[in-house]
Ligand binder design. Structure first.
Ligand code: ADP
Ligand code: MG
Length: 343
């Protein structure tokens, strides 16, 4: 076969293979877009675990009618000017909407504050339809139906409604922790319903949001972290050693407001607790790292869950030092010689 240029739809489906793994990935991308648009309310509705329907509605800035076609076109973004080293938004790749639209039936309905009416565009398995007038309040509604209908091979890997709904709920919770002033609701056809009223961006507001997500017992069983070193700031809460889990799933970490799953951070948390926890127990933690965007690379993976720090030793040292110091200040020492001896 001769070499030829792939079609736009094929290119988008290949990108979707990386970015859109399951319904929860769609929810993540759409909720991130809502937050980048400055929404104060984000509403997620799903049916069939998200495979039949995902609808995300926000009250953010909206998309001007004349930009709707660009919003669903590949490599089109309003978030990146010329500097890949200064990323302050959750999105920047301009890939989510075209990727989703290449494997599902997607519609985007939007209205800006300046616009006197809403408009809508649709894309089905990569086929784009004309922009039409629509009725809507200010903000954006993105609806995704029949996810992966255009890529049946991916559809076969879905785990069933319960598992997909619970992955979606995790995604919403994870991101909601970083945006306490935003109200989130999630409604599914099963028990995955979630309602997180807005609190505020203060330390107390942030802790109240954490409690909404992690349970009301967390604040009473945690200590505050607040430390800085060489321009890197660390805040958040970690559980006391009597409040632990059998796995590390309840360790939430954020870098400049972006939820990350980072090995360095996980390792630092483990190191900080090494003397006070047995090896098979894990602290519950919520940690926010704030640093100059130029000193962290978020463009490591298409789903942006990985980051690379310019100075990993600094970040690790800050986390370990801050947690150990907070534990010591709270009067918490190595629990038993047995626990320490298990290391
Ligand atoms: P990215 O978020 O990386 O820019 P997307 O494909 O997710 O790429 O979105 C493309 C563009 O569409 C965004 O840059 C933004 O301008 C616009 N957009 C998408 N969703 C929304 C939304 N909910 N509110 C306002 N604008 C949006
Ligand atoms: Mg995006």
């Amino acid at each position: 076969m001769p070499i030829r240029q792939l079609s736009e739809t094929m290119i988008n489906q290949i990108a979707a293979g990386e970015v859109i793994e399951r319904p929860a990935s769609v929810v993540k991308e759409l909720v991130e877009n809502a937050l980048d648009a400055g929404a104060s309310r984000v509403e997620v509705v799903t049916a069939g675990g998200g495979l039949n329907l995902i609808r995300v509605t926000d009250d953010g800035s909206g998309i001007p009618e004349q930009e709707l076609a660009l919003a669903i076109a590949r490599h089109c973004t309003s978030k990146l000017a010329d500097n890949i080293h200064d990323i302050r938004s959750l999105g920047f790749r301009g890939e989510a909407l075209p990727s989703i639209g290449s494997v599902s039936r997607l519609s985007v309905r939007s209205r800006t504050a300046a616009g006197d009416a809403a408009a809508e565009i649709a894309i089905e398995g990569g086929r784009v339809s004309a922009v039409k007038p629509a009725a809507a309040n200010r903000g954006t509604t993105v609806e995704v139906r029949d996810l992966f209908f255009a890529t049946p091979a991916r559809l076969k890997f879905m785990k069933g409604e319960r598992a997909e709904s619970s992955a979606t709920s995790d995604v919403v919770k994870r991101i909601a922790i970083a945006f306490p002033a935003v109200r989130f609701t999630l409604a599914g056809s099963d028990r995955s319903t979630l309602e997180l009223p807005a609190t505020d961006d203060s330390t107390e507001g942030s802790l109240r949001r954490v409690a909404q997500v992690m349970g009301a017992e967390f604040p009473d069983n945690s200590i505050a972290i607040d430390a800085s070193r060489d321009g890197v700031h660390l805040t958040g809460h970690v559980s006391i050693p009597s409040f632990t889990r059998a796995n590390a799933l309840q360790q939430y970490a954020y870098v400049n407001g972006r939820p990350v799953r980072d090995k360095l951070i996980a390792g630092a948390i483990r190191g900080a607790f090494a003397d006070v926890l047995p090896r098979d127990r894990h602290a519950v933690t919520v940690l926010f790292l704030t640093l100059d965007p130029a000193t962290v690379d978020v463009n490591v993976h298409p789903a942006k869950a990985d980051v690379r720090f310019r100075d990993p030793g600094l970040v690790r040292g800050l986390i370990v030092g801050a947690i150990r110091e907070a534990l010591a200040n709270a009067g918490i020492r190595a629990a038993t010689s047995g626990a320490a001896g298990m290391m």
